[in-house]
Design a protein around this ligand. Structure first.
Ligand code: ATP
Length: 236
């Protein structure tokens, strides 16, 4: 299979402490690959290790090219888009200003993000990002990553803390986005995983403990319970 990203024996440290122990997985060139696991097992740290945001060892390749020795800004320039868990918008700047600061290419995908998020990217373009709701801020954060032609997008818990209706909106946007770029999605919401992910990578205590088709895992509530410690039934 054609892989856009391969992660091999990745380890990551924060303040000298090993938080990612030994993570290996591959990301196909299309669709959504979900990274799952209980709280605190190292999902966010795995994403940050790939991006070089924390001290890391191991091998990471983007379309066959080693990127594990590069600084974060180079990795992003090569086309690894990042939507961080805490959104990290410039709260005092408008939506339009947040978007224009993110542009890295001559022909940004402005029409695409305006179509995907008309409320925030058109109607609220002149509103300060810090005055938007959590869901709206999440959409700006996604738009900021989608405005460039990335090779892959790393999206960390985009639905965390959002109301169910907004979760559905974010999921629809991510599905649209995944038709244009492969996505690695850290997500706890099984309904979102069910709606979006083709494959899952489950992490426990800094290591990969399961990989496979999302459907196979979601159809096995006992295994979901065992791996994630949550009830395996996906609510209707
Ligand atoms: N800045 C930090 N300083 C010290 N320890 C940290 C820091 N950030 C994370 N950790 C620790 O690293 C481990 C992995 O955290 P990480 O955020 O990667 O887990 P996670 O699986 O993404 O969790 P969650 O689902 O709760 O977001 C945890 O034990 C956490 O306490």
């Amino acid at each position: 299979m054609n892989h856009v990203l391969t992660v091999s024996h990745l380890a990551g440290r924060i303040g000298g402490q090993l938080v990612v122990e030994d993570v290996s997985f591959e990301v196909p060139a299309t669709g959504v690959t979900a990274v799952l696991g209980r709280n605190g097992v190292g999902k966010t740290s795995t994403i940050k290790s790939i991006l070089g945001l924390i001290q890391r060892t191991g091998e990471v390749t983007l379309e066959g090219r080693r990127i594990d020795h590069l600084p974060t800004h180079r990795i992003v320039q090569l086309g690894v888009g990042y939507v961080p868990e805490d959104r990290e918008l410039f709260s005092g700047l408008t939506v339009a200003e947040n978007l224009s600061l993110a542009i890295r290419q001559k022909n940004p995908r402005l029409d695409f993000v305006r179509e995907l998020f008309p409320e925030v990217c058109v109607e609220r373009a002149q509103q300060r990002a810090g005055t938007l709701s959590g869901g709206q801020q999440q959409m700006v954060s996604l738009a900021r990553a989608l405005i460039n032609d990335n090779r892959i997008l790393l999206v960390d818990e985009p639905t965390k803390g959002l109301a169910p209706k907004i979760v559905d909106e974010v999921a629809v946007a991510l599905r649209e986005a995944s038709n244009t770029v492969p996505i690695v999605l850290v997500e706890q919401n099984l309904k979102v995983i069910d709606a979006l992910a083709e494959r899952v990578v489950v992490i426990d205590a800094g290591r990969v403990v399961h990989t496979g088709p999302a459907r196979e895992l979601l159809d096995d509530p006992a295994r979901v319970q065992q791996l994630l410690g949550v009830h395996g039934e996906v609510a209707a």
